[in-house]
Each structure stands twice: as C-alpha cells, then as structure tokens.
Design a protein around this ligand. Structure first.
Ligand SMILES: *[C@@H]1O[C@H](CO)[C@@H](O)[C@H](O)[C@H]1NC(C)=O
Ligand SMILES: *[C@@H]1O[C@H](CO)[C@@H](O)[C@H](O)[C@H]1NC(C)=O
Length: 466
C-alpha cells in the first residue's frame, strides 16, 4: 500500500466513521429526547395516578391561628401577612374549627371571621392557592382551641358509628362549600396528668389546681375511644379519597399516643401525623419549676416529661412510614416568674412561681411570641434578657432576667425557640428521614421581620435545614 492510497483510505474511513458517528449522535440525541419525553409522560402519569408526594421529606406545615386577627397593635395578623410565609410553607393549616356538642358536627369556632359575611376566611384563605399553586390548605379541628364540654364531645364522636357518621357528613359538607385540600384532626383527647417530681420541691407540688380541659376526668373507655378514632379516620378517608382530599392527624401535647393512636392501623388512612412534641413543661402544668419546653432528647439524669425523639420513636416503631411523621416546632416561648427563691444561675430546672409576665403584643401570661423574645435580647433592650444558647443542639435555648433584689422586682425565665433551635429540629427530622416540620404557629413567629429584617425567621431557618 502506498502512503497516498493509505492516506486516502484512512481519510475516507474516518469520514465514514465520522458520518456514522454523526448519524449515531443525532440518533442518540433523538433517543434521549424520546427518553426524556417518555420519562416526562411517565412522571406525569405517576403524579396523576399515585399522587407522588413532591414534599416527601421537606414538608413545612404551617399552622395559623386565625384568631390572631383579633389581636391589637403589632400582634394583629391579617390575611395579607400570610403571603411572605406561603412562599416558605408547603401546607397551611387553618386553626381552628370545633365540634358542636349537640349535633357532633364540625363547626366554625369564630363564625364572624371564619364564614361570616364580613371576612369569610374559609373562602378567602384557600383562594391564596391561586398565587401559590403548590400550596395545600387544610382545616384543623380541635387544637385545644375548642372549649371543653362536660359531654367530652371528642370522645363521644368516636363512640358509635352513628356519631362518627354525623361528624364525617359535616366534614363532607365543608368540602362541598369551601376549597380546602384536607382536614386535620387535632383531636382533644384526655391528657396525661402531671408527673410529680421526686426532687427537693415535691412539697410545692401539692395542691396544684388545674381545672381546664378534662380536669380530674379518668377515661375508663380508652381502648374503645382509640378503636373508635381509628374507624373514624378510616371512614373519613374512604369518604374523602374520591375527592382527592387529605386526612392528617395532630397529636396534641400530653396526649399519650400509645393510648389513643393505633399507629399501625392509622398509617394507611392518614397522609401525615403532626407531633406537637413541645410544651413538655408549661407554667400551667409546672408552675413551680421551669425547664426546657421542647427538648429533642431527654436531659441526663432529669425527670423530663417527654421529648421529641421518644414520640417520633413510638410512631416509627409502630409502622408509620418516616415520610408521614412531621415534627412540631413552636414559635412561642414558655415563661415563668423568677423570685427571690429562684437560683441566680438561671440553669434549668429552676424554682419559679407561676407564669411569667405577659408580652406587649400577645397579652397572655406565661407566653411570649418570638418577636417579643427577640426584642428583649438586644444589648440596649429594656428588660434585657440574658441569653443562653444550646451548643449540644438537644435541649433548646433559654433566656432570663434574674430577680432584682435591690428593687424587689420579679424576674422571668424564658424557654424559647430561636431560628437556630428550629433549625436543629429540622435537621433532626432530616437525619431520621421524616416528613418535615410543623410550625406552631406562624402568627407567633416574627412575621413583621422586626428581629433582623427577615420575616418569619423561624419558618425560614427550619425550612433551609430540611
Ligand atoms: C389564638 O389567638 C388568640 C388571640 O391572641 C388567642 O386568644 C387564642 O388563645 C389563640 N388560640 C390558640 C389555640 O393558640
Ligand atoms: C403512656 O401509656 C403507656 C401505656 O399505658 C404507658 O406505659 C406510658 O408510661 C404512658 N406514657 C406517659 C408519658 O404517660
């Protein structure tokens, strides 16, 4: 072979290869496009058929106490204040509807605001989905917002199929009238009694009156109520499935899940369970001793009522898929009054004397919104709080103003959630493969952005750790 011929041969060979390659490339490109197309069609089909959860592990479920509209001054929360939150939240839970004790139907608790001609929030709020098309809006029933009745209506509903039917029919009617995407059952089950601390303060624990809620009521039909609730959820889901409506459950603080929630049987019929694993310590239940309100883990050697990890474990161990478990994150602080009897170190558990003074926006003793807390953390603030962070990321942060022995004025101990601790809870949910976080509630976050300029810093911090 002469070099010339050889060269030509090589050239034509490579030309041939080249053109084959070109054809191949363009064929492959077409195939890829088709694949993409097929994949896209498949994905669309999947979404349509199986309603794939795009927020499987990053749900940001935002509860909203709509009655916050009735606060005065900077605490007043209006429908327009929702908008900046809704670019962060995947779900908005409207709080709260109640149950009519006579008819056992779900009813608005604040008819003027909820359904009245003036405001009609039930109509207006789901309409926000036009601006936030991925948002789901749920209506929540109970949430400790519904006054307790001596008939124990939340238990009564579960007791017979006739009672369950009345409730379910009324929910169906709500869905016919309003554009909610689901119903959340924040069921007001009886709570566990306060555990006595066997510490030095045990004498102080005697004679604590508490007449709210179920008071001294002892549920002799726990099993019946649990099984009735399971049937209620099953039948409710059966009624709502054809309408593509979600059913979720919220476990309120101090409700013992192992008594009232049959996790295994509930799992197929609920979309998520929201664990309000906070308020472990509150000034109402524990007036004489302040402690972390919402720890993730128990403190070493401490009588802690419960914690997030324990509650999550119950649901996981009883067959709930991780993606259906959502961890509650409070936006509010619990506060106690510090007196001359309180240890000056501020370290919990600390001796206290009932709820701390009310805040200027919320006006509720023993509670401060995050906006109220953060405005007292700055150097120059009146009533400045000393802040103690949580490098362990397990228990939460606190801040306090000690008792002033010169002036004889009370101090305050504040167990609060900060963007950092909310982020820790979200990081916990992520590490455990859970469904996300539930913020309770957005009206008590810094919705005006007075702390740092960012609106909803707690929602934001939690979302970005998921
Ligand atoms: C909702 O906010 C109102 C107004 O501040 C308050 O009275 C009520 O207790 C709150 N409800 C819940 C369930 O937190
Ligand atoms: C919840 O109930 C279970 C079963 O009755 C019991 O073993 C457990 O101690 C209870 N938990 C709390 C926190 O009271």
């Amino acid at each position: 072979m002469t070099p010339g011929v050889g060269d030509q041969g090589e050239v034509s060979k490579s030309l041939a290869i080249c053109s084959i390659r070109t054809v191949c490339y363009s064929l492959r490109a077409t195939l890829n496009k088709m694949k993409l197309l097929i994949a896209a069609i498949f994905a669309a089909l999947c979404v349509a058929t199986f309603a794939v959860d795009v927020h499987e592990h990053n749900k940001v479920v935002c509860y909203w106490n709509s009655t916050s509209f009735e606060r005065s001054g900077p605490g007043k929360f209006q429908v327009d204040d929702l908008r900046p939150a809704l670019s962060l939240c995947t779900h908005l839970v409207y709080g709260f509807a109640g149950i009519n004790a006579d008819t056992l139907e779900v009813v608005p608790l604040n008819p003027n605001l909820d359904t009245g001609a003036g405001y009609a929030f039930y109509r207006m709020v789901p309409q926000l989905k036009r601006s936030f098309p991925d948002l789901k809006v749920y209506l929540s029933v109970g949430g400790n917002a519904d006054p307790y009745e001596s008939t124990h209506k939340y238990l009564l509903v579960t007791e017979t199929s006739e009672n369950r039917r009345k409730f379910i029919n009324s929910v169906e009617k709500i869905f016919n009238d309003y554009e909610f995407d689901g119903i959340d059952l924040a069921w007001q089950f009886p709570t566990v009694k306060v555990k006595k601390n066997r510490g030095t303060f045990s004498s102080l624990w005697h004679g604590i009156k508490k007449t709210f809620g179920y008071g001294k009521f002892k549920d002799d039909k726990e099993v019946e109520h649990r099984d009735g609730f399971t049937l209620l959820v099953r039948d409710l889901k059966t009624a709502l499935r054809p309408k593509f409506k979600d059913v979720t459950v919220t476990v309120l603080p101090h409700v013992n899940a192992s008594i009232y929630y049959d996790a295994r049987l509930l799992a197929p019929n609920i979309d998520t369970v929201h664990l309000w694993s906070f308020d472990q310590k509150t000034p109402e239940r524990n007036p004489k001793e302040a402690d972390y309100p919402a720890p993730i883990y128990e403190s070493y050697g401490r009588v802690q009522e419960d914690n997030i990890n324990n509650q999550v474990r119950y649901w996981l161990e009883h067959g709930t898929p991780g993606s259906k478990i959502v961890v509650g994150v409070p936006t509010f602080a619990r506060t106690w009054k510090l007196t001359s009897d309180s240890q000056i170190s501020g370290v919990p558990p600390i001796t206290t004397d009932g709820p701390g003074a009310e805040g200027p926006h919320t006006g509720i003793p023993g509670l401060l919104s995050y906006a109220e807390v953060c405005s007292r953390l700055t150097e120059s603030a009146v009533g400045r709080l000393r802040r103690v962070n949580d490098p362990s990321k397990k228990y939460g942060s606190y801040a306090y103003e000690p008792y002033n022995s010169d002036a004889g004025t009370d101090g305050i101990w504040v167990g609060y959630e900060s963007p950092d601790t909310a982020g820790n809870k979200a990081a916990y949910a992520k590490a455990k493969g859970l469904g996300g976080v539930a913020i309770v509630d957005i009206s008590l976050d810094d919705f005006r952005g007075i702390c740092t300029g960012d609106k909803f810093p707690i929602v934001r911090a939690a979302k970005y750790k998921l």
